[in-house]
Ligand binder design. Structure first.
Ligand code: SF4
Length: 214
């Protein structure tokens, strides 16, 4: 029986990315090998409960959702995550995967929309970016930069250009790190430089601050 360690399964509104604002079931897997300085889900680093894929599917189904987001922690740190993603797609859901960009996405079911971070220098984890992932990104995927400073913004701008990200994926997301730069500052830079990116604020933080379960 295939099992995964799960921190929480909950129903809420999607707080970011392309389906922002839409009712979504979140499956939060336990564990992450990274330690970004701004991490807001440190409670998912350890603990959790082992659950079989059948148990996860049953709990997800009880909400009768259309959208499912598999998140963490870093979900791909558990090899059985691949099987879970495929099982969710087979069940007919629209599935997205939030991943740090530090683990291999090559085996992810192609029906899944991958929302992949590129970690900026001020995250403290940019050395973990697995650049071999870039060619595996599909038009339906999304790349996310969490920007902590002007220096991070310049770095992200460079990567956008160097890796031709706007041509590679459906959305490139620029998000201000919560309480680290003023959101309006980042918005102004994007407009000034006419970048082909989507600015986003984390809706769940505006609505519910950092409470788990949202
Ligand atoms: S990758 Fe995500 S879960 Fe892991 S430390 Fe960074 S922000 Fe936290």
């Amino acid at each position: 029986m295939t099992q995964l360690r799960i921190t929480e399964i909950f129903y809420s509104l999607q707080g970011e990315a392309r389906t922002i604002g839409l009712p979504t079931v979140f499956v939060r897997l336990t564990g992450c090998p990274l330690r970004c300085q701004y991490c807001d889900t440190a409670y998912a680093f350890s603990g959790g409960e082992m659950r079989s894929i059948d148990q996860i599917l049953a709990e997800v189904a009880s909400y009768q959702p259309r959208y499912i987001t598999v998140t963490g922690g870093e979900p791909l740190a558990q090899p059985n995550c691949q099987q879970l993603l495929t099982a969710l797609c087979d069940a007919g859901y629209q599935v997205s995967l939030e991943t740090s960009g530090a683990l291999d996405i090559a085996g992810v079911d192609p029906r899944v929309s991958v929302v992949m971070d590129l970690k900026t220098p001020d995250s403290g984890e940019s050395h973990r970016n697995l650049m071999a992932n870039i060619p595996h990104l599909k038009p339906d995927d999304q790349i996310k930069f969490v920007i902590c400073s002007r220096q991070d913004y310049q770095w992200a701008r460079l990567k956008l250009d160097e890796l031709q990200l706007a041509e590679r994926v459906g959305d490139v997301l620029f998000s201000p790190s919560f309480n680290q730069i003023r959101p309006s500052e980042l918005a102004d830079w994007i407009v000034e430089d006419r970048l082909p990116v989507r600015f986003q604020l984390q809706l769940h933080k505006l609505l519910w601050a950092d409470e788990p379960g949202h």
